[in-house]
Design a protein around this ligand. Structure first.
Ligand SMILES: NC(=O)c1ccc[n+]([C@@H]2O[C@H](COP(=O)([O-])OP(=O)(O)OC[C@H]3O[C@@H](n4cnc5c(N)ncnc54)[C@H](O)[C@@H]3O)[C@@H](O)[C@H]2O)c1
Length: 336
């Protein structure tokens, strides 16, 4: 089966593609290799994918920007994709305050191109990355898919919520099966240099100060990458179906259309300061802490309710945070 993975040189796309390659799927990956963070890391991930696919020759990479409709269209015409996993996006909460236009391009225009081509090519399941940030100013914890999500607190979240709404319109109009995944702070080897874990480990190992937002009081539902990949694989297998009975439901994450929204999290939030203490223990080093106030656009606490996932796709075992952090730190030392 031929599967398209967008954002394949990115953190999550890379891991998912790796798993698909190992499972002998025929994987086509695309990415524009932008310089939001070090391109060397993106190229190194692609090298790993080439290595993993050497035996079965089941991976091909294309440098394409999803905003370029023509190139994307040609890719869809030349390859008869069965399913699409869409991870390409401008990620990052804080950067959306600096460069909002990049979010409009990749996350809205690019997303529309993907959606439209999935419709024209009758893709059997489009799985795309949304984010826990759509829960925005919500106070009810843990965050549940059935909660209203009408108060995004930065443009990044607003684009991700827009993706969910755009997907719904296509699921309803054209019966395109879509599942939006709300990721909760994914971490692990090959992780993103703009995310807290990478920045903390980097500076702790070279005795440089680390900046701690909201004085370490943030709570995050850190989710280990392998757990997220296992969950994504289950989501991919089970496309949502039309269900007229859901029409009566007030649940905004359900629909009469072949549409679904699902949280992918660990359901075990921890404060930032305790997270740092664990890193200090594993590295055997004390961090030089620079405490900063709450940053504009930051959500104070994220916590995923994952009952819906467990009900639809069955429970998946979660990696212990200490083990996950050790794996990241070992990878970081080897890679850098
Ligand atoms: N990592 C997390 O904790 C997390 C949490 C919530 C949501 N997400 C979402 O999951 C997805 C993957 O995140 P990630 O952590 O792997 O981020 P990432 O930045 O590592 O990966 C995204 C990839 O998409 C590519 N890309 C960006 N714009 C593109 C465009 N216009 N055309 C083609 N390629 C483009 C980038 O070059 C990058 O390689 C994103 O949609 C992100 O918003 C991630």
């Amino acid at each position: 089966m031929k599967i398209l993975v967008t954002g394949v040189a990115g953190f999550i796309g890379f891991h998912v593609a790796h798993k698909l390659i190992k499972k002998k799927y025929n994987v086509i990956g695309l990415d524009n290799l932008n310089n939001y963070y070090d391109q060397k890391l993106k190229l190194a991930r692609l090298k790993e994918l080439k290595k993993a696919s050497k035996k079965n020759k089941n991976f091909k990479f294309f440098k394409i920007d999803i905003c370029s409709e023509k190139k994307l269209k040609n890719l869809f015409i030349k390859n008869k994709f069965k399913k699409v996993l869409h991870f390409a996006a401008q990620a990052g909460v804080r950067f959306s305050l600096k460069k909002p236009e990049q979010y409009i391009q990749s996350n809205l225009v690019g997303f529309f191109n993907i959606l439209n081509l999935c419709k024209s090519h009758k893709i059997s399941h489009l799985v795309y990355a949304s984010s826990s940030s759509v829960y925005g100013a919500n106070k009810k914890i843990p965050f549940k898919e059935s909660d209203g999500v009408n108060h995004p607190i930065q443009l990044y979240a607003a684009t991700k919520r827009s993706n969910e709404l755009m997907a719904h319109s296509y699921s309803a109009l054209y019966k395109l099966p879509t599942t939006g995944i709300r990721f909760f702070t994914i971490y692990g080897p090959w992780g993103r240099p703009d995310m807290a874990l990478y920045k903390f480990v980097k500076n702790i190992l070279i005795n440089k100060p680390i900046e701690i937002y909201n004085r370490g009081k943030h709570m995050r539902d850190f989710t280990y990458i392998d757990d997220a990949v296992n969950m994504i694989m289950k989501v991919l297998q089970k496309a949502p179906r039309q269900n007229k009975n859901n029409f009566k439901s007030d649940d905004p994450s359900k629909s009469f259309a072949p549409f679904n929204i699902i949280n992918i999290g660990s359901n075990k939030p921890i404060t930032l300061i305790n997270y740092i203490k664990k890193i200090e223990k594993i590295t055997g080093r004390k961090a030089h802490k620079k405490y900063l106030n709450l940053q504009k656009g930051d959500i104070i606490k994220t916590h995923a309710n994952i009952l819906k996932f467990n009900k639809i796709y069955s429970f998946t075992k979660k990696t212990n945070l200490n083990d996950g952090l050790k794996n990241f730190i070992n990878w970081y030392k080897k890679y850098n």
